[in-house]
Design a protein around this ligand. Structure first.
Ligand code: TYD
Length: 253
C-alpha cells in the first residue's frame, strides 16, 4: 500500500492526504494533553472513542442541516473529512461557569449562565490560546464581520443540538469548543464545522450526580478517562453491543 502523505500532526490527531482531492484522513491518537501540553499521557483507547463520538455528533449535525466537514468513518481510528481552510480561532460556547471563565470572573464552577455565552480564542499554542475580542478578530483580519456572525450562529446551533442530545442521556453540556473552516463552491465561500466534537473539547457533567465525563477527569486526576468517555459512548448507544441509556420520565403532579 502506498504510504500516505502526512499533512499535519497535532496533539490528539494526525491529518493525512485523502484519497480524492479536497479530502483528508483524520487519525485519532491516544495522546492526551492539558494545560497547553504541560501535562501529557497516552490513554489507551481514547482515540477510538473520540473517533466514534465525533462521528456521532457530526453525523447528527449534518442530518439536521448544520454543515460539517465529516464525510465517513473509515475504521477504528480514522475518518474521511472535507479539506477546509481552518479559521485560526477556537469558538467556545458556555452554558455553565467552569474553567477559565469561572477563574476570570470569580464565578463558582457550575453556576448557570444567564444565556449561552460565545467566546473566541486565538489558536496559538505559544501564546496559550488567548481570549480575543471581536474587535481583534476584525482588526487583524482573522475573520470578517460576516464570518463572525456565521460563527456565532453555527456555534449556537451546535449548542442546541449537543445540549439536547446530551440531555436525553442525562448529561449536561457545561461548555465546549468548536473550530470552523472555509470551503469554496466556485466564487462563493462558506463556513462549516471542522476538527472534532468529543469529550476532549467539551465539559460534560452527569445531570443527577455532577460526575465529570470529559477531559477534566484527566486535567484534574479524577480517575479513568477511558471509563468516562466509554460511559458517554454507552449512553449514546455509540458503542457496539451497548444498550442506550434512557432518562427516567419525570411525573408531574
Ligand atoms: P476553557 O475553560 O476556556 O479552558 P480550559 O479547558 O483550559 O479550562 O475551555 C472551555 C471549553 O473549551 C472546555 O470544554 C475545553 C474547550 N477548549 C478546548 O478544547 N481547546 C482549547 O484550546 C480551549 C481554549 C478550550
Amino acid at each position: 500500500m502506498a504510504r500516505r502523505k502526512k499533512l499535519y500532526e497535532g496533539k490528539a490527531k494526525i491529518l493525512y492526504e485523502g484519497p480524492e482531492p479536497g479530502t483528508i484522513v483524520q487519525y485519532f491518537k491516544d495522546d492526551a494533553t492539558a494545560f497547553n501540553a504541560e501535562k501529557r499521557d497516552v490513554i489507551e483507547g481514547k482515540g477510538v472513542l473520540n473517533n466514534r463520538l465525533s462521528e456521532f455528533f457530526m453525523t447528527g449535525l449534518n442530518t439536521i442541516g448544520v454543515p460539517t466537514h465529516f464525510m465517513k468513518r473509515l475504521n477504528m481510528r480514522e475518518q474521511l473529512v472535507r479539506q477546509v481552510d481552518i479559521v485560526p480561532l477556537e469558538i467556545i460556547v458556555r452554558n455553565y461557569a467552569a474553567g477559565t471563565l469561572a477563574k476570570r470572573l470569580g464565578l463558582e464552577e457550575g453556576t448557570a449562565l444567564p444565556r449561552p455565552i460565545v467566546e473566541f480564542c486565538l489558536k496559538n499554542d505559544d501564546l496559550g490560546d488567548p481570549l480575543v475580542a471581536e474587535e481583534h478578530i476584525i482588526a487583524f483580519n482573522w475573520a470578517s464581520q460576516q464570518d463572525l456572525d456565521d460563527m456565532v450562529a453555527l456555534a449556537l446551533r451546535v449548542n442546541d443540538f449537543l445540549s439536547g442530545v446530551m440531555y436525553g442521556v442525562g448529561i449536561r453540556v457545561a461548555d465546549f469548543k468548536i473550530e470552523v473552516g472555509r470551503v469554496y463552491d466556485g466564487d462563493y465561500q462558506r463556513l462549516i464545522i471542522a476538527d472534532e466534537i468529543s469529550p476532549d473539547s467539551c465539559r460534560l457533567w452527569d445531570i443527577e450526580t455532577g460526575q465529570k465525563l470529559d477531559k477534566d477527569v484527566f486535567r484534574r486526576d479524577l480517575g479513568s478517562l477511558t471509563d468516562a468517555y466509554t460511559e458517554v459512548a454507552r449512553r449514546l448507544g455509540v458503542l457496539p453491543n451497548a444498550a442506550p441509556h434512557y432518562t427516567k420520565p419525570t411525573l408531574i403532579n
